[in-house]
Design a protein around this ligand. Sequence first.
Ligand code: OMP
Length: 265
Amino acid sequence: MDFKRKLSAAQGKNNSLLCVGLDPDVAKLPTQVAGTPQPLFSFNKAIIDATASLVCAYKPNSAFYEARGAAGIEELKQTCAYIQEHYPDIPIILDFKRGDIGNTNNHYAAFAFDYLGVDAVTVQPYQGRAAVQSFLDHKDKGIIVLCRTSNEGAGEFQDLDTDGRKLYLQVADKVAKNWNANGNCLLVVGATAPAEMAAIRQIVGDDMIFLVPGIGAQGGDIEATLKAGGPNLIINSARAIIYAGNPRQAATEARDQINKYRSQP
Ligand code: OMP
């Protein structure tokens, strides 16, 4: 099943737009987990089992695994395999924000789609469509393009005026009109920038799905996000859920809060 259909089915089944970010930092794990041979995988397994009925997707960020070298990559693979085996209805988004010349992107795509078997990836658009084509050609996968990010310095380049329009709006427009021939593009739009999100929604229309990081630890507002972005969202939270005293409760609260504003016009 292609990413968008899988996502839509998971959103319906779990009545959820919440995506849990699997970003485990060994330094922050409980000591009894941190000392085990596979701390990231053991930690993730518990988070996944606790939240699988509450989410529409999981998003492991590759950095947290790459930081541990070969052992970390193995734990990323085990995490993906665990979701695929035990919760096959839940799509996996690999957050790696890659992008390079096409020949190199072929190999990033092979890592994500052939080795890990994930359903979607995040990519950066700076090198243009021809470079990203290696990802776009994977028709059944979600290709999630950075558009307006959630970090404090996001505007340094993204807000620059280019041809009378801010750069992030140019990205939104290009992706929607020129990159999306296979219907497999999504955009990353941070929850910390609701006004920008509303402007992007105006340009790309209601069908384009946004991956929205920035709620929870980064302070993005759920109500403002839903008002600006409408319902076609995947709303990610990592630290605020995975390090909560009770991750299941934290995920339930986040999902329910999202649903409260989702149902308001
Ligand atoms: P928390 O701040 O812990 O919820 O984690 C946010 C996650 O979303 C991290 O994996 C970030 O790398 C990622 N992210 C952002 O925080 N901001 C962005 O603009 C884009 C992403 C992303 O592509 O997911």
